[in-house]
Design a protein around this ligand. Sequence first.
Ligand code: KMH
Ligand code: ZN
Length: 415
Amino acid sequence: MRARIILRMSKPHYGGNLVDGAQMLSLFGDVATELCIRADGDEGLFRAYDSVEFLAPVYAGDFIEAVGEVVGWGKTSLKMSFAAYKYITPLSGPGREPSAAQLLGERQLVCKASGTCVVPTSCRRSPLPGESIGRPGPAILTAAIVGAETTRAQTPHLPITPDEIGEEAARCASVGASVIHLHVRDEAGNPSQDRERFRAAIAAIRRRCEVIIQTSTGGAVGMAIDERCGPLSLSGDERPEMATLNVGTINFGDDIFVNRRLDTFGVAERIQKAGIIPEVEIYDLGHLDILRELVDKGAVRRPLHVQFVLGVRGALAASERNLELLVSRLDSDFPGSSWGVAGIGRHELPMAEVAARLGGNVRVGLEDNIFVEKGVLAKGSAELCEKAVAICQAAGRRVATVAEARAVLLATPAS
Ligand code: KMH
Ligand code: ZN
């Protein structure tokens, strides 16, 4: 959650036309107030700054942009960070017009700070009429435990057989995962979209734990669409609650992951016919435009559940800036959608932190990343899940229970 204020500095306080630094704090105070209103429908109180740094002089006539974001959520407190940037400054000096001014090529950071605001529980209300309170709910943790590309040669901890998959899913569930994103393998460990292999893996998971099972329809690069849709024809106890829907073609390392427009419509319709809830995989900004068409034509129904898969080599990079752009597009184009982030490779845990902070859900697991820290293999997806739970807690969010995840992800779609 972010807020921003722009103000032209008008009153010099010190010699040399210098502005009082307290004016930056006054701007931060207003930014903090907007954040409290956005989060809790109340102006709140600024309890304390824990750091303030003045980094460059500010003069009367400078244009200042002050920004702030919520970086942690307590029961009644909101941890915030702030930055003030100069982006226009007057030009003075002999021979210049008194009205000369300059847009700075790069904004100059003049002050940064962090602090805590409090909104008493009795004062909290929805920020917009008819909307729920603006704080993010618990983070839904998805464990992507198998994938199609990770190999046993890369990590001995990759589960392959149904029992191994069931055991790993149970370990992930026991530390907080409520969704298992599922691929399966054949006896040789190669990726497979065979319905019977999915049946066996799903049965093995359901014997051991209660989770939402989300089967892949992405499969592996090069698979035909019909083959990829194998798990959608499962019925009875082994029918998955969710399935992925890949809506755009991307470079995938040195390969191409092909999702033709009409195939995407076909898969979306098969998912809908099977009574399964889609999770839309978004690897690039334009995929949200494809999603628009799918929604308008009724192939995907709201509420939408979106996974931003960031950091695939050849698609959109895993960065906070890219994620913010995606989330703001999603929020404005499809309000009320849930979203999560899967950061690929070394981006997995850093992007989990950004997602937790920005109010999203989190996906980790050996499908996306095999290391728990640089050069150290994760002992399995459960270890990565434990890390993700700690990351969420540090951002003031607990992970969702399976019941909470069901309420969000399996809500009846609008017809
Ligand atoms: N294995 C990737 C090519 C999905 O599960 O829907 C595609 C993938 C996406 O993993
Ligand atoms: Zn997958």
